[in-house]
Design a protein around this ligand. Structure first.
Ligand code: 13P
Ligand code: SF4
Length: 365
C-alpha cells in the first residue's frame, strides 16, 4: 500500500539551523540519487547546500547532463521546467516551492503570443518573415511555440549570438518577454533604436501601425523584470561622482540607460567571474539581485575589493526567495522516504516542441 507524502506542516516552523542539519542528513542519505542545482540569486541559507551553481545557460546545460535521478532545482519555475525538458525521461525535476515563479515570465503567455502572431499576419506573413525568440524566462509552452515556428530560446549570456542566428533564418524577430534584454542585445548588434518597437499585448495590433511593423527589425514584447527596473542611471551617476575610479557592472535586464552607462554588461555568472578576476583593491557597483551582490562582496573582500549594490532600496527576487531551507528539507526528506513532492512535469507534446528551441539554443551558444 502507498503511504502518503510527509506534509509540509511539520516543516513550517522549523528553525533555520535545524532545517540546515536535516538537509545535510537527507542529502547524505540520498547520495548520488539527488543533485541540487542552484541559481545565483538564491538566499545564502539555501545556496550553501548547492551541488552546482550557475546562471540560466550553465544550469540548463548541466541539467541536461545530470546523472542523478532527482534534480532539485533551487531557482524559479521556468528553470525547473527546463531541467525537466532537457533531462532524461526517467529523471525527475523538483521545485521545492511551487510558488517560486518569475513575474517577468508571467508577462507573456501563449494566448497573447498567439494573438500577436495572428495580428502580425494582417501586415506580413510571420512564419516567413519573423523568427520568434523567447528569453529562457518564459513558460514551457512559449518555448514550444518557438520550437513550432522556427524560433529559438536565448539567455542573458547568449542573446546577441542567438539574435544573429535568428536573423539568418528570417528578416525580423519577435522577442519576448523581456524588452530590455532584447533592446540591449539588438543595440549591441548595431540595430538602430527606431527599428526596435514595443509590442503592447494589451493594445490592438500591439499599439503599432502597419508602417512601424514593416520598418521594425525587432518587435520587443512589453515585459520587464521588476527587480532590475529598480536600478536607475542616477545611482550610477552618484557612484561615479563619489568614486571616479569605480567600475559599474550590470545585468542586461536593466534598462537601456543603465546598460549604456555601465562599464560591463552580462549574465549573473559573467558578473561574478568578472569581479572575481579583477585586480585587487578595485571598487564595483553591481546592478543585479541583492543575494548575489552580498555574497560576492563577502567573497572578494579579502582582496581589498569593494562591491556595492546599485539600488538605494532593498530589491530582491521575492519569488526566488520562496525557496527556503524549510521547503528544501521537506522536499529532500520526502525523497528519503521514497516520495516525490512538487515534481515539475511538462506535458509531453509541449516538452517535445520546447526541446527543439532549447536544443537550437544549446547548439548555437
Ligand atoms: P541569468 O541567466 O543571468 O542568471 O539571469 C536569470 C535571471 O532571471 C536574471 O534575473
Ligand atoms: Fe524573474 Fe526578475 Fe526574479 Fe530574474 S530577478 S527570476 S527575471 S523576477
Amino acid at each position: 500500500m502507498q503511504t502518503a507524502t510527509i506534509s509540509f506542516d511539520r516543516f513550517n516552523s522549523l528553525a533555520d539551523n535545524d532545517a540546515a542539519e536535516r538537509i545535510r542528513a537527507a542529502k547524505a542519505k540520498l547520495g548520488k540519487d539527488v543533485v541540487l542545482l542552484c541559481h545565483h540569486y538564491q538566499r545564502a541559507d539555501v545556496f550553501q547546500h548547492a551541488d552546482i551553481t550557475g546562471d540560466s545557460l550553465k544550469l540548463s546545460r548541466l541539467a541536461s547532463q545530470a546523472e542523478a535521478k532527482h534534480i532539485v532545482f533551487c531557482g524559479v519555475h521556468f528553470m525547473a521546467e527546463v531541467a525537466d525538458i532537457l533531462s532524461r525521461p526517467e529523471q525527475i525535476a523538483i521545485l521545492p516551492d511551487l510558488a517560486a515563479g518569475c513575474s517577468m515570465a508571467d508577462m507573456a503567455n501563449l494566448a497573447k503570443v498567439e494573438r500577436a502572431w495572428r495580428e502580425l499576419s494582417a501586415v506580413l506573413n510571420p512564419d516567413e518573415k519573423i523568427t520568434p525568440v523567447t528569453y529562457i524566462n518564459s513558460a514551457a509552452d512559449l518555448k514550444a511555440f518557438c520550437g513550432e515556428h522556427g524560433g529559438i530560446v536565448c539567455t542573458s549570456s547568449n542573446a546577441p549570438k542567438i539574435l544573429d542566428w535568428a536573423f539568418k533564418q528570417r528578416e525580423k524577430v519577435l522577442f519576448f518577454p523581456d524588452q530590455h534584454l532584447g533592446r540591449w542585445s539588438g543595440h549591441q548588434m548595431g540595430i538602430p533604436l527606431d527599428e526596435m518597437v514595443i509590442w503592447n499585448p494589451d493594445l490592438e495590433q500591439g499599439g503599432l501601425t502597419r508602417e512601424q511593423i514593416e520598418k521594425a527589425k525587432i518587435i520587443l514584447w512589453h515585459g520587464y523584470c521588476s527587480v532590475h527596473q529598480m536600478f536607475q542611471p542616477k545611482d550610477i551617476l552618484k557612484f561615479r561622482n563619489q568614486h571616479p575610479d569605480g567600475i559599474v557592472i550590470s545585468h542586461p535586464e536593466c534598462s537601456f540607460e543603465v546598460c549604456k552607462q555601465s562599464d560591463y554588461i552580462g549574465s549573473t555568472e559573467y558578473i561574478l567571474n568578472t569581479v572575481k578576476a579583477a585586480p585587487p583593491n578595485t571598487r564595483w557597483l553591481v546592478g543585479t539581485e541583492l543575494n548575489l551582490v552580498e555574497r560576492l562582496a563577502k567573497e572578494v573582500a579579502h582582496e581589498g575589493k569593494i562591491v556595492q549594490f546599485m539600488a538605494s532600496t532593498i530589491c530582491m527576487c521575492s519569488t526566488m526567495q520562496r525557496i527556503d531551507p524549510q521547503h528544501l528539507a521537506w522536499t529532500l526528506e520526502n525523497l528519503v522516504e521514497g516520495k516525490v513532492v512538487n515534481q515539475i512535469s511538462v506535458p509531453e507534446h509541449e516538452a517535445k516542441l520546447a526541446k527543439i528551441s532549447l536544443e537550437r539554443m544549446l547548439a548555437v551558444s
